[in-house]
Design a binder for this molecule. Structure first.
Ligand code: NI
Length: 136
């Protein structure tokens, strides 16, 4: 059931919020507020030991000595967390790997950190999401 409530805020903050809404192509303020609340809840979930889901995306140089092997080995070390991996050969040097992960927040974040700190990894990002159990 949808419930209505009123929010009071400073005019400048509301102007900035309306600009934000336009840039992000939101249909109205309500949808934007709902999205912000949901993403705050997802972030809170990631600070607990709850089950979470996420995506690690990384770009690395496969010519870097043994990096490809290390990346694969680490994913085997975290086989309980790794749901699926997609590998794309971007160009002669670079590979993009997208890893879907699931598990306790700290173990998933640990894998992302370990991958990220390898020499030859140019970019590594963890996109936090949720198992969906607590989604509204
Ligand atoms: Ni490749």
């Amino acid at each position: 059931m949808l419930k209505r409530f009123t929010i009071s805020m400073d005019e400048k903050l509301l102007d900035d919020f309306d600009n934000y809404i336009r840039q992000r192509k939101y249909v109205n303020r309500s949808e934007a507020v709902r999205d912000l609340i949901r993403s705050a809840f997802v972030e809170t979930e990631w600070q607990t030991d709850k089950q979470v889901m996420g995506v690690i995306s990384m770009v690395y140089d496969h010519h870097q000595h043994q990096l490809q092997e290390k990346v694969t080995e680490m994913q085997h070390d975290y086989h309980r967390q790794v749901v699926s991996t997609t590998h794309v050969h971007m160009d002669h040097h670079n590979c993009l790997e997208v890893i879907i992960v699931k598990g306790k927040a700290d173990s998933v974040a640990e894998l992302a950190d370990r991958l990220s700190s390898q020499r030859g990894v140019r970019n590594c990002k963890l996109a936090m999401s949720t198992t969906g159990k607590n989604l509204y």
